[in-house]
Design a protein around this ligand. Structure first.
Ligand SMILES: Cc1cc2nc3c(=O)[nH]c(=O)nc-3n(C[C@H](O)[C@H](O)[C@H](O)COP(=O)(O)OP(=O)(O)OC[C@H]3O[C@@H](n4cnc5c(N)ncnc54)[C@H](O)[C@@H]3O)c2cc1C
Length: 438
């Protein structure tokens, strides 16, 4: 296998090369505010936009630069975001609730598309569809059954693609067919974050970066929020820290599992290569437990390839090499391709694979998107802003769900290396068996 060149790689998100100078943010920390939002990703900015537009003095604080977290680091794949199937959710919550949860995923996807298109946001938004590839023949059969169930019970369209026709979707022989989800979309995450930042500022919110919140204390008037730059009194607090949550509200910390996700981007490739590998230009992912996700960049000149590479966390030099190997396994003709960018970010999983939102001890929150938050984070952020304003439409199907944790879990996922190791072993074994039988 060719060695990937790692010395010239930029260890920051490719997206940040194209977002241009940031709008003016910052300023003096006020003594008080109506609403204080912790975290300036999609969740926090959309909550802030709603409360500021609703006439509440709104302050957004971030420990890093605005958008430091996942919202400028992701793969830009937009899906319906709800991982558990309707049958699985029905068994747990009953049919009505299960349908409401699944529908919220569809609503989030539609909300994002409508927002971008109706306001003309510069986010390279495309209704391109997703090809979800089966890594074994058995997984292909499961996808075919899923497609039928979704069409029959949820009116969700998908197109079955047998292995013989796979090259129409993706230039690889690695998979055993798959499903196209025509409603899934793609965005430029960096541009989308920038557009959401500008919307929040235009609505009147103040955004201050490099101002870490270190404590939130309840008072008779609301909350005292302690930060690296001083204290602020706030009537309402929204926690929007997702995978970067760092224990300011221990109850929330016990309910999210931070997991690193890693991405590489190739250098510019010949047009013919891109056309051969991504003929439809859909986003793509696979059925492995430790999933890989990939796509072309919005200018269709490069390939972006992401996933989890090791059982524990690693650095972006090692992840570049490992992701390159995995990419070449799927697309052997990329063996000699160089990598231009390698980065990572921390997503938040939950113990039931569902996002959670609501209030705890009077503190609003939305988090736990399980690696699929590009539409859901902004959507639940927007709904959280409405709840802060006291609007009934802020309530979602996710609001009154039980929010599970595990005994002794405090937010450090000691069990993750074992779990990821097991799933990687399972994926590899299944792939080997499938390849031997093919
Ligand atoms: C590599 C990668 C690829 C991904 N790909 C996809 C994809 O293709 N599709 C998809 O749907 N989802 C994807 N995701 C997930 C998606 O990006 C997230 O679900 C979403 O961006 C979460 O947004 P957020 O606003 O809740 O959190 P974030 O954007 O992570 O923002 C949280 C912010 O909180 C701040 N913060 C934390 N603690 C404090 C504190 N004490 N004080 C002040 N600020 C604090 C952080 O600095 C951070 O900026 C990906 C994520 C990663 C990392």
């Amino acid at each position: 296998m060719a060695k990937v060149q790692t010395t010239d790689i930029r260890h920051q998100p490719y997206w940040l090369d194209q977002t241009g100078p940031a709008p003016a943010t910052g300023g003096t920390l006020p003594d008080r505010t109506d609403v204080l939002v912790i975290g300036s990703g999609y969740t926090g900015l959309n909550a802030a936009q709603v409360t500021a537009a609703g006439g509440r003095e709104t302050l957004v604080l971030d420990a890093g630069d605005p958008g430091f977290g996942c919202s400028t680091r992701n793969g830009g794949q937009v899906s319906t975001s709800v991982k558990p199937s309707l049958p699985k959710l029905t068994a747990k919550f009953g049919e009505q609730k299960a349908r409401a949860i699944r529908q919220t995923g569809v609503d989030a996807l539609e909300w994002l598309g409508d927002l971008i298109e109706s306001e003309g946001l510069d986010a390279d938004f495309r209704r391109c569809g997703r090809f979800h590839a089966a890594h074994t023949p058995e997984h292909y059969e499961t996808l075919v059954r899923d497609a039928e169930q979704m069409r029959r019970d949820e009116a969700l369209e998908s197109i079955v693609v047998p292995r013989a026709e796979q090259h129409k979707e993706l230039g690889t022989d690695t998979y055993f067919g798959g499903l196209v989800y025509p409603r899934h979309c793609s965005v430029h995450p960096g541009k989308m974050h920038r557009a959401m930042l500008i919307r929040a500022l235009d609505a009147g919110a103040t955004v201050i970066g490099n101002c870490k919140v270190t404590g939130v204390e309840k008072t008779s008037q609301g909350f005292t929020v302690t930060t690296a730059k001083g204290k602020v009194q706030a009537r309402d607090v929204v926690v929007a820290t997702n995978g970067y949550s760092d224990g300011i509200v221990p109850w929330m910390q016990r309910r999210v599992i931070p997991i690193g996700s890693y991405i590489i981007v190739t250098e510019e490739l010949p047009e013919a290569t891109i056309d051969r590998l991504f003929p439809t230009d859909r986003i793509a992912s696979d059925t492995c437990k430790v999933v890989y996700y990939y796509r072309t960049t919005p200018d269709r000149r490069r390939i972006l390839f992401g996933g989890r590479v090791t059982t524990g966390e690693t650095d972006t030099v090692s992840s570049a090499k490992l992701l390159h190997q995995s990419m070449v396994r799927i697309f052997p003709e990329l063996e000699g391709s160089a990598i231009s960018h390698s980065w990572n970010g921390t997503v938040a999983y939950t113990f039931d694979e569902l996002a959670h939102t609501g209030t705890h001890d009077g503190i609003h929150y939305a988090m736990g998107y399980c690696g699929s938050g590009v539409s859901m984070a902004g959507y639940l952020g927007m709904r959280t802003g409405q709840k802060v304003l006291g609007l009934a439409e802020g309530k979602t199907a996710f609001d009154d769900l039980p929010n599970p944790t595990r005994p002794l879990y405090t937010g450090k996922p000691w069990f993750l290396p074992a779990a990821v190791g097991y799933y990687r072993w399972l994926d590899a074994r299944q792939c080997r068996a499938a390849a031997a039988g093919a």
